[in-house]
Ligand binder design. Sequence first.
Ligand SMILES: C[S@@+](CC[C@H](N)C(=O)[O-])C[C@H]1O[C@@H](n2cnc3c(N)ncnc32)[C@H](O)[C@@H]1O
Length: 290
Amino acid sequence: MSSPEGKNTVLELLNKSAQYLAAKGSHSPRLDAEVLLAEVLGCTRIQLYVGFDKGLSRSEVDSYREAVMRRGRREPVAYITGRKEFMGRDFTVARGVLVPRPETELLAERAIEALSGLDGADAAEICCGTGATGITVALDAPVTRMLLSDISDDALAVALDNVRRHGLEGKVEVLKGDLFAALPEDLKGELDLVMANPPYIRSDEIEALEPEVSKHEPRVALDGGSDGLGFYRRIAPEAALWLKPGGVMLMEVGCDQAAEVSGMLASSGFGRVASHKDLQGYDRVVEATL
Ligand SMILES: C[S@@+](CC[C@H](N)C(=O)[O-])C[C@H]1O[C@@H](n2cnc3c(N)ncnc32)[C@H](O)[C@@H]1O
């Protein structure tokens, strides 16, 4: 079906693309089709609905076809659009860096809560990826200085882009290194907050994940070692060295890892240790106070 001018209409393209993406195994084919078309046309999804009969130009159709083909290969939508919303703000995303997940908003929310009431706070997010969590906390909590660190150059480039995008140069620094090795020594014992969402998937479980993850997201962001807990074993005792007394450690964990990670924090010298549930009811964030 075409519009009177012989062009493909919005509705026709959406229907065909949603059908194609469903056949390719997308769990949200219609939504994907709409998000990608809105991106190509530079409009909102609502605007698509009020312009179903609108015809597209040849180049718009070509761009859309290319985007839908990529999605058909199960590439995450965020890699195709180059952005992802996190707690109501847009963040740059690119291949080579993990797409921020909705459940990670809980990590940011708990950090904001932990810092509320302070006059100013020095904080760090290790394993920062896009930096969405640390940047959100720097924007919404009384943070004086936020250090973001990661080992991946791809992640660091995206994090730096996001720091600039949100106007936080001067308050948020982006550092390269292996976990805490990136942080300046003079901050040892001085931080009010450390947070991390490290890789936590068991190595032998990665292949069985959805192709969006297993084929497209970087292994360095996923692989938590043979039992998935390798990073927590390193982070828990080291975090105790970087926090000041009363400082807070927050970590996102896999849905069956909270008890073990809580135990690691307790035996690393943390006092109060608690976990927080995500919207699906999983213990998703472990919080510990030094
Ligand atoms: C699960 S991703 C989380 C990214 C981001 N915090 C988020 O929630 O979207 C884990 C991150 O840890 C980083 N990473 C892996 N090994 C690391 C290491 N040894 N030191 C620092 N960062 C590391 C990866 O590059 C990746 O960006």
